[in-house]
Unconditional design. Structure first.
Length: 362
């Protein structure tokens, strides 16, 4: 998006329209396709960017990248609409884990328990940890985001050639959907790719570029894969001031699928989701907090509120982006946008049953 408040004004000033003809054609195209939808100005700007690129007649490789990116995004949005509003968990891990390994059984059990709780399991559609998680979840509760490579590459037998199998050419788009669609992320031991995904997920959440969700480091009892990484985080990063102690709130070490599932369910026991609205940060919650809890929040979490106080509001009819969620209560405040680990601590606080207005109904 541009900084211009009026897309039509931006179009007039930045695109050589040859009069008003092109502008009128773009307006007519958007109106015919989208009508008066709230997204109409966004579609106008999408077309505008393509027109600008055509006028500049950029490098053919640049044009191909833009074409493939737009096409891949549109296809993924369309396919995932089928599974909209279903909770989903992305499971990462090595494609090389053999079927007789205890980690394979761990991932398979993770898929099973997610399915029992009506969560879908997203993986990269490969074998190893990914195939095990899908095997446990079954097709109806699985989504595979497969990457198309120059050599032979196909998704695992659970999702292959079904509506649950999405193909991506670009790694960056595939990663986008791994995070965008996830209500939680479970990371099992793996290689460079798994570590890359682990650090990228933590970076996106730590910097506020992705919403706070449970990030669970899953290993077998006695396994040391994540312990070594957490020790490195503590001694080489936290102690040296590169990350904050509160950043450890963004991840949880689990030793069993049951423990991982309990962490996910507790995270959504009262908290539902969050959004920015009119400069205010809102936590959507299913049940209101007590007066005492609100006082504690204002005392304990003032460091992440840049001005004013935390306020609780009753359900309203002003959620145009997601009208089906407008019956939620909201905890609103002027979030600093920093210290996501402290935000996670606040979410944990609103999930505690004793902090609810009617704890007996929790």
């Amino acid at each position: 998006m541009t900084d211009d408040k009026d897309p039509a004004d931006y179009l007039t000033r930045h695109v050589q329209t040859g009069g008003t003809g092109l502008q009128q054609q773009i307006d007519a195209l958007v109106n015919a396709s989208a009508g008066k939808t709230i997204n109409a100005p966004l579609y106008r700007e999408m077309i505008l960017n393509i027109v600008r690129m055509a006028q500049a007649d950029r490098d053919r490789w640049d044009a191909k990248i833009m074409l493939q990116t737009i096409a891949e995004l549109e296809q993924a949005f369309c396919r995932l609409e089928i599974f909209k509003r279903r909770r989903k968990v992305t499971v990462f891990g090595s494609a090389r884990t053999p079927v007789d390994h205890q980690l394979y059984a761990l991932a398979r059990d993770m898929g099973k328990i997610l399915a029992r709780n009506d969560y879908m399991t997203i993986t990269g559609a490969g074998n190893g940890i990914m195939g095990a998680a899908h095997q446990g979840a079954g097709l109806d509760n699985s989504l595979g985001f497969n990457i198309t490579l120059p050599f032979e590459q196909r998704s695992n037998e659970i999702v292959h050639n079904t509506d649950h199998d999405l193909q991506f050419r670009f790694f960056f788009l595939r990663k986008l959907f791994f995070v965008k669609e996830a209500d939680a992320l479970v990371l099992c031991p793996g290689g460079f790719g798994t570590l890359d995904e682990t650090l990228e997920v933590l970076t996106l959440i730590q910097t506020g570029k992705s919403p706070v969700v449970p990030v669970i480091l899953l290993d077998v009892p006695g396994g040391g894969f994540w312990d070594g990484l957490l020790t490195f985080f503590k001694t080489q990063m936290c102690d040296e001031g590169y990350i904050l102690e509160a950043d450890f709130n963004l991840m949880t070490l689990a030793r069993s699928p049951d423990q991982a599932m309990r962490e996910i369910l507790h995270f959504y026991s009262n908290y539902h989701s969050s959004r920015w609205a009119d400069g205010s940060y809102q936590l959507r919650i299913q049940r209101p907090l007590s007066t005492s809890a609100m006082q504690q929040i204002n005392d304990q979490f003032s460091d992440i509120c840049k001005e004013g106080t935390f306020q609780q509001s009753a359900p309203t009819l002003t959620d145009p982006d997601e009208p089906e969620l407008q019956e939620m209560h909201r905890l609103e405040f002027a979030f600093t946008g920093r210290h996501q680990g402290r935000l996670r601590a606040l979410i944990d606080f609103v999930n505690q049953a004793e902090n609810l207005e009617n704890p007996g109904n929790a």
